[in-house]
Design a protein around this ligand. Structure first.
Ligand code: HQG
Length: 180
């Protein structure tokens, strides 16, 4: 499978597993899992043709490890980034002192007034390092990285989760925990 195919299929998997499984007529369970064989078969019917071996390669080599199999590989899900109402069932964890949020400069003013909101997704997404946050921000335009006082939030009772691929998740970041 060539890189272009992997990328094309990967993007489609993100669409289906994070935002709209109905595109191909599959259902995700309450924790966001799809039945692997069902996914492969229904993707094929929508002109995304790949085998189980191809899918294993896509999952293993994805640059951000965006998808994860269940232990027996009979189920697959996206590790984060969902807009649909599923529960990843992650354990709350204590974050490091600081986490980083990459955004676009045009959103800064609004964020400094209203806080970081999850918008269309299930969580606010935060990174453990500035370099990754910069890349996330550049998806939206001219990037800027905000520093989030994560440990202080945690100490004040706010819950954090870490996805299987190391992205930090929380519900909302109040302005008082953000610095430029
Ligand atoms: C912004 C990718 C104005 C927020 C990434 C962001 C991540 C506000 C945008 C994951 C705001 C939402 C998620 C406010 C937040 N006023 N703008 N009050 N509060 N925003 O794409 O964090 O590569 O939904 O700053 O790596 O960019 O796809 O969230 O710019 O982990 O695997 O509203 O998606 O993962 O944008 O990205 P998004 P995000 P993948």
């Amino acid at each position: 499978m060539n890189e272009a195919d992997k990328k094309r299929i990967g993007k489609f998997l993100s669409l289906v597993l994070r935002h709209s499984p109905e595109t191909i007529g599959i259902e995700l369970d309450e924790n966001g899992w799809a039945i692997t064989n069902d996914l492969i078969e229904k993707c094929r019917k929508h002109n995304y043709n790949f085998s189980m071996d191809d899918l294993i390669e896509i999952v293993d080599t994805n640059d951000k490890k965006r998808y994860a199999f269940s232990e027996k590989k009979d189920k697959i899900r996206a590790s984060q980034g969902h807009s649909i109402n599923i529960n990843l069932a992650l354990e709350p964890v204590e974050p490091p002192e600081f986490l980083y949020h990459g955004t676009a400069t045009r959103f800064i003013q609004s964020i400094l007034q209203k806080g970081i909101m999850k918008q269309n997704r299930r969580h606010v997404h935060l990174c453990k390092d500035k370099a990754t946050a910069l890349k996330v921000g550049s998806r939206h335009g001219k990037p800027e990285v905000l520093v989030v006082m994560a440990k202080k939030m945690f100490d004040e009772g706010i819950t954090f989760y870490r996805s299987d691929n190391g992205v930090w998740l929380t519900n909302y970041v109040d302005v008082k925990y953000i610095s430029k």
